[in-house]
Design a protein around this ligand. Structure first.
Ligand code: S3P
Length: 184
């Protein structure tokens, strides 16, 4: 996908992708590399609501969680120069996708569901995968990807993250450097 140079520099950088794709880990490293503040949207939701993601899902249901997610995203998009790890489903609502597009640069961390299923050990904090055995978890991740892939692929940059996070980080920073040069 073509990179849109003037849009990236002062704007937020959003990491999107399925659960386990490395958004929080890589987001943290990327924020350090760019000397920006890191925001984890799920952590923000937990702070704002005073409940864990798991409690929110089980006590109030997914739709209630999605409303909280949209509200917190709305607060985040008003900020500038942040690196933001979004929850895997934050791109489901069209309004959220518009907010992301208009306030920043998005990076899709692309990982095969098979690798995700291996990576995601204990899923007690992830209500959409909780209680599933290995096969059911893989099936669930495949279904989620099928539902979301076209949204993830609307990102400004697509980066595979199946190996070391250093490699993915290097790809991201060199793409951003190219962009900076282009926009000068
Ligand atoms: C979700 C992903 C989770 C969290 C919630 C729902 C999803 O975030 O927001 O459990 O719908 O894919 P991570 O992608 O950070 O695990």
């Amino acid at each position: 996908m073509e990179l849109d140079a003037p849009r990236v520099l002062p704007s937020n950088i959003y990491l999107v992708g399925l659960m386990g794709s490395g958004k929080s880990t890589l987001g943290h490293h990327l924020a350090q590399a760019l000397k920006r503040e890191f925001i984890d949207l799920d952590a923000l939701i937990e702070r704002e609501s005073g409940q864990s993601i798991r409690e929110i899902f089980f006590e109030h249901g997914e739709n209630y969680f999605r409303n909280l997610e949209s509200t917190c995203l709305f607060e985040v998009v008003k900020q500038r120069e942040k690196v933001v790890a979004l929850g895997g489903g934050a791109i489901l609502r069209e309004r959220n996708r518009e907010l992301i597009r208009s306030s920043g640069f998005s990076i899709y961390l692309k990982v095969n569901p098979k690798i995700l299923a291996e990576r995601l050990g204990d899923c007690s904090a992830r209500p959409l995968l909780q209680g599933l055995d290995a096969n059911a978890k893989l099936e669930r991740l495949r279904d989620l990807l099928q539902e979301r892939q076209s949204f993830y692929e609307q990102a400004d940059l697509i980066v595979p993250n199946e190996g070391s996070s250093e490699k993915a980080l290097a790809r991201i920073t060199s793409a951003l450097e190219r962009l900076c040069k282009l926009s000068k």
